[in-house]
Ligand binder design. Sequence first.
Ligand SMILES: Cc1cc2nc3c(=O)[nH]c(=O)nc-3n(C[C@H](O)[C@H](O)[C@H](O)COP(=O)(O)OP(=O)(O)OC[C@H]3O[C@@H](n4cnc5c(N)ncnc54)[C@H](O)[C@@H]3O)c2cc1C
Length: 381
Amino acid sequence: MTSIVIVGGGVMGAATACFLARDHGIAATVLEREPTYRQASSALSASSIRQQFSTTVNIALSRESLLFYRRIGDELTVNGERPDIGLVEGGYLYLASDAGAALMRELHALQRAEGADVALLDPHALHERFPWLCTDGIALGSLGLSGEGWFDGWSVLQAFRRKAIACGARFVQAEAAALETHAVRCTDGRRFEADAIVLAAGAWSAALLKPLGIDLPVRARKRDVFVVESPATLPGFPLLIDTSGVWCRPEGRGFICGAPPRGDDVDDAPLEHIDHALFDEHIWPALAARVPAFEALRVTSAWAGYYEMNLFDHNGLVGPLPGWPTLHLACGFSGHGMQQAPAVGRALAAALATGAWHSSVASLSPQRMWHNAPLLERNVI
Ligand SMILES: Cc1cc2nc3c(=O)[nH]c(=O)nc-3n(C[C@H](O)[C@H](O)[C@H](O)COP(=O)(O)OP(=O)(O)OC[C@H]3O[C@@H](n4cnc5c(N)ncnc54)[C@H](O)[C@@H]3O)c2cc1C
C-alpha cells in the first residue's frame, strides 16, 4: 500500500502520518482545512493522561502513549531539535462517596490487573497526603502514583506534524468535501487519489460519511475550560475529580478546571459561548467545598473545545469501515484522544503498511457498531 490520504491534521492525523513516514517509509498526504487549528480539539484540549479507565484497551493505550510521551524528545527529534511537551506526572485523584465506592474498588482491581500504578486511599490517608482537601462525604479516593498527569497538547501536535513532514509526509491546506473509494474530493475541486483513506476529522468526521448513507454517531459536544488563579499554596495538587463531576488540575502558576455541561449536551454548540454560569453556580461551589482554600479563586480566562463524542459507547473508532475496505476511521475518541494518539497512530500506521491489525486496537474496530456490541467506557470525564 503506497498512497494514503489522511483527512484531518489534528493529533490523530499527524501521529498516523508521522509513524507511516518514520517507521514504514510511506509519505501520506494530510488534508487539513485549517492549519491554524483554531477549532481543532487537539489545540483546545486539557491534555491530560491517566490509567484510570474502565476498559482494558483504554488502560493499555494510555500506558503505551505515556511511555512514548516520556521519551518524545528522542522519538520526534528533527534536525537536532528535541520537542519538549512539559510532561508532569502529577497523578489523577478520583473521589468517591459511599454510593460510588463499590465501583471504584471494582475498577481499581481491573486497573491493577492491567499494571496501572494506582492506590486506594481512605479518608484518613487522603487527609495525610493532601491536608488541604476536605474529605466530608468521601468514602474512598483512587490515586495514580505514577504514569498519570498532563502535558502541553499543542507541542505534541506540532512535534508529530514536524516529524511527519521531516520524514516525507505532505500537509496540504484543503477541505475534504466527498470521500470516494480511491480518492478524496475537496471543496476547491482538487481530487487526491489514494489506495487508502484515513478519516481523522475529529468532531466533524460524521459529516463526510453522511453522503455514503452512514450515520456515524460521532458528535461535536462543547466542553468549557476555566483558567483560575488562587493565592493558596497547595503542594502535590493532582488532577482532582470530585464526586460532583468537577475536575481541576494545576496549570502554570494557577489551575484549570471544568465539568460536564448541566442539562442537555447539545450538538455543535458555538465555541464562543462560554457557560460562565456553569463556573459560578456549579464548579466554584463544588471546588470551594472540596478545597476550602479555593474560596478565593479568580477566573482569569476561559476557552471551549469540542469533544468528538462517540455516542455509541464513548470510545475511539479505529480501523476499516465495514463495506468500505479502503476507508479507515480514526475518530470518536470522546475526550481521551490526546493520550491515545501515540499508541493509536502507531498501530494504525502499522496496519495500513502491513495489512495486519495489531491486537492493541482490534477492540476499537468500527465493526462493533455493526454488531451492536458496545465497548462501554464508564470513566468519561
Ligand atoms: C476541552 C477539552 C478537554 C480535553 N481534555 C483531554 C484530556 O485531558 N486528555 C485527552 O486525552 N484528551 C482530551 N480531550 C480530547 C482530545 O483533545 C481529542 O480527543 C483529540 O484532540 C482528538 O484529535 P483529532 O485529531 O481526532 O481531532 P482534532 O484535533 O479536532 O483534529 C481534526 C482536524 O480535522 C480537520 N478537519 C475537519 N473536517 C475537515 C475536512 N472536511 N477537511 C479537512 N480537514 C478537516 C479540523 O480542522 C481539525 O484540525 C479534550 C478535548 C477538549 C475539547
